[in-house]
Design a protein around this ligand. Sequence first.
Ligand SMILES: [Zn+2]
Length: 324
Amino acid sequence: MRLLSRRAVLSLLMAAVGAMGLISGAVSASSEASNTELATDGSIARFQVGNAEVIALSDGTFPIDLFSVLQGLSADQVQAYLDQTFEINPVETSITAFLVRMQGHLMLVDTGCGTFCGDVGGKLLRSLALTGYSPEDITDVLITHMHGDHEGGLALHGKRAFPNAVVYIHQADIGRFLNPDNLRDGVIRQLDWDRAQASVALYRAAGQLKTSSGPTQLLPGIKAIPMAGHTPGATFYQLHSAGEQLYLIGDMIHIRAVQLPAPEVTVGYDLNPSKARAERLKWFQTFAQEGALLAAPHMNFPGVGHLRVQDQGYRWIPAAYHNR
Ligand SMILES: [Zn+2]
């Protein structure tokens, strides 16, 4: 997979509601930005990949307790990573979905939490409204994996939030979370079952669910690439348009403070930690070598940037924006 995206110049429009008004900007793919977190209230970030229009949609943020989530590290080790990045536990973590308009399709990659994350998340539809598109306009929803912060937004008040969309999910996640035997046998929790019934099952009942297994060209310019580990059906998506590419990497990374300098570290959310680790190590190496442009739901909003090798791990270089 050859990537040309490092040379690409992207344009980005960031909008924040309320007193901040409308901010517009553009991304220059290889420039660096500071790690200062910007306060926004429901935001979007627009950029271009070839002929595709991509818009990061904030679903909000949620706090992650690194001391309980990170696996195999002492408290002192976790604190040392936090000190390096000037972050305080629990670490406020972005939840971002990505809207892609290309080839006559309006695709949404992940849907945020909906109501599945308690009192956090669930801002996706408000962010979507800022783009000028409506939920009815969405033709396809590409789910990276069936966890609440990615599939929860599929439902709204017990109905399909995107009534006209075909939903794409890897068969292995459907097999795990929508199989009644797994509930009966205790393989999944009642909560997992209830969530799958309240979200993905709505689309299956309406004949609007499609599954994939191996690497699959889902739509023109959109390829699904399995990365089993975080969940059995975890998948990331490769967008290709007019010689430029973007990888929408799902939960290949959760904790920027630790999994960049130490990508071998896994999180408690990983169903199969060793597979999740192997996929991250393999793909991070590829992405850094190729200068790939990435879209990552749990990196700081808008979660668009590049990886560079640094010491034993990686450095994240966020795409910069302009505001003219
Ligand atoms: Zn997630």
